[in-house]
Design a protein around this ligand. Structure first.
Ligand SMILES: O=P(O)(O)OC[C@H]1O[C@H](OP(=O)(O)OP(=O)(O)O)[C@H](O)[C@@H]1O
Length: 235
């Protein structure tokens, strides 16, 4: 009976790979990934900017982070946004939380595989908050789902409600780079982070303005160190 119901659900909602979107026969479905993406997950590795994770030809910091030097200590991103564009849209805008849990699991795998040395010093993870109205409308906060999953697979504690977004802002995705910095200025407040090393999580880094403003708020409340971990970074 259970198999019958599962088979029926698979016809209604065929399983697909959260990374490439390919529809999958059940036997090829492996924890939300197709065989090819599971065997060769397109993580961002190699020489990367120490703040945003963009590829570098030389040096330690990309042009964009040199121009607007982030206040956070360092940062990493697991994927190129172009690879995840459709997947993030399914997660955030179609409400596919299960996809978000897989993304979080992949972030945990990326952290453990390539930046394992970060884990020891981190006191807790926290996510970029949505404004209460937007969270009600969306039904969830994408960063929270990522944090829960990262915490589950790495053992790093997840602390909710450390950051609050005090103003309902225009989505960054609708604005130019210059407007984004202005739009997000002073909209976050933080609590319960004094003397803590915080790993701040979000889904997309474009200008870095959002993560930077959250970091400012955390430092204002006495955080010892803020490090940033993003699911994806744009070109
Ligand atoms: O690096 P930045 O230039 O600051 O942009 C990144 C932010 O933009 C997106 O959110 P957005 O405000 O568009 O809202 P959303 O959650 O509805 O996508 C994304 O979720 C990040 O939080």
């Amino acid at each position: 009976m259970k198999d019958f119901i599962q088979g029926f659900l698979n016809v209604l909602y065929p399983p697909y790979c959260v990374l490439c979107g390919q529809l999958l026969p059940m036997e090829d479905w492996k924890d939300g990934l197709c065989k090819s993406c599971a065997e060769s997950t397109p993580y961002l590795t190699g020489n990367r900017c120490g703040f945003c994770g963009r590829e570098l030809e030389w040096g330690d910091i990309c042009h964009s982070c040199l121009e607007n030097r982030p206040v956070f200590e360092r940062g990493i991103s697991a994927f190129d946004y172009e690879v995840l564009r459709d997947g993030i849209a399914r997660f955030k805008f179609d409400g596919s939380r299960e996809d978000g849990k897989v993304f979080g699991r992949l972030m945990a795998d990326f952290l453990l595989s390539y930046h394992g040395d970060w884990i020891e010093e981190i006191d807790f993870l926290t996510g970029v908050p949505l404004h209460a109205h937007k969270q009600k409308e969306r039904g969830f906060n994408q960063a929270e789902i990522l944090c829960q999953s990262i915490s589950l697979y790495t053992g790093i504690p997840y602390e909710k409600d450390i950051l609050t977004r005090t103003k309902e802002t225009i989505p960054q995705s609708k604005l130019s780079a210059k407007e984004r910095h202005k739009n997000i200025k002073n909209v976050f407040i933080a609590q319960h982070c004094s003397d803590k090393c915080v790993l701040l999580v979000d889904d997309i880094l474009t200008t870095g303005a959002t993560l930077n403003e959250c970091s400012r708020a955390l430092y204002r409340e006495g955080a010892k160190k803020v490090e940033v971990f993003c699911l994806s970074v744009t070109e």
